[in-house]
Design a protein around this ligand. Sequence first.
Ligand code: NAD
Ligand code: MG
Length: 390
Amino acid sequence: MRKVSIFGATGSIGQNTIDLIARDPTAYHVVAVTGGANIRQLAEDARRLRAQIAVTAYDDRLEDLRAALAGSGIEAAAGSTALVEAAARPADWVMSAIVGAAGLAPGLAALEQGATLALANKETLVCAGSLVLETARRHGARLLPVDSEHSAVFQALVGEDMAAVERIIITASGGAFRDWPVERLAQATVEQASSHPNWNMGQRITIDSASMFNKALEVIETREFFGIAPDRIEVVVHPESIVHALVGFRDGAVMAHLGAPDMRHAIGYALHWPERRELPVPRLDLARLGQLRFRDPDPERYPALRLAREVMARGGLSGAVFNAAKERALDHFIGQRIGFLDMSDAVAAVLDRFEDAGDLIDAPMTLDNVLKTDHLARQWVDDAVLRRAG
Ligand code: NAD
Ligand code: MG
């Protein structure tokens, strides 16, 4: 039996992962499942999967979790230290599907115990790419992509030599506002930004798709995961979300990965890798689709893409700053304290402030420095938002 753990089990990726694992209960021994405030879901999944331990991110929910697990023999724990301890429990395969930088420390702990880390949490590579890759190498652990674009690239590269790769093209649906007039974006509401044309995902990544902060994170993730130069990474808007990514080779050939927009494909590929097993995803009917469209992203509509280029050029801890500022700006947008376009303005301002602050961004990439930088970037977004309000 393979030992598996699922971090962020109660979320969108987590639930899709459980859907696959629960289809084959004799194949897996579930070590840990984790979640946030949705204790009922977490306890139900822990019982169904017969997990060893269930962990909620929130200390004040421990008693509720204990009560929900009463009589099951499943351990209950709470808080960020408990998450890291659960990740350190031996497992062969660990799904990293917490949302945000909170996924970084558990992911590192899983790599340190040698697990294969299935990485949905793109923030891990954006915040601490070289640290994460170095940790994996040192412990003989493997990282597998779960983000659909990166899984697509990974699959297109099977049997290929990275030296023959000319460029990587990741597609973007364009999100909720792709057809809105740019002048209307400033007025976009949280509710409008929270509906995705093609994918059913958590609220935060859905809003990040509308602003293309999600694609901005993915460009940086591509750079880190595949070790490719930033100027060889392209983004193309593809409203149908059928082609997930393409790899261009030096002989002019381009390999594309196509599939229905269902995350169980990328999750299942990472779960069964290096095999390809049957997966319960819809099959494509290209004749019925009729056409696939592609266009360049409009830089005015999506300033996040330009910011990602600046971050890649800057290097160091600027990825951690970028992600943290984005997360905090998103909190303020969801809290209706700032508007949709204010998010990219806030992130740009915090990146500038770090540039002026001297060498903070050039500190060595340790977990401690990443977390300190993350904390400061969030504080500086708060300062800027408070100043505006005052
Ligand atoms: P989600 O909001 O549906 O679920 C997030 C999970 O993380 C939940 O289990 C939640 O309880 C937990 N969580 C939230 N805050 C936490 C914290 N501070 N500490 C510990 N746990 C916390 O999110 P999602 O859509 O499943 O996305 C998860 C990750 O996967 C994100 O990094 C996202 O960018 C990435 N991703 C998601 C999709 C998708 O289709 N949903 C696709 C590609 C990549
Ligand atoms: Mg993606």
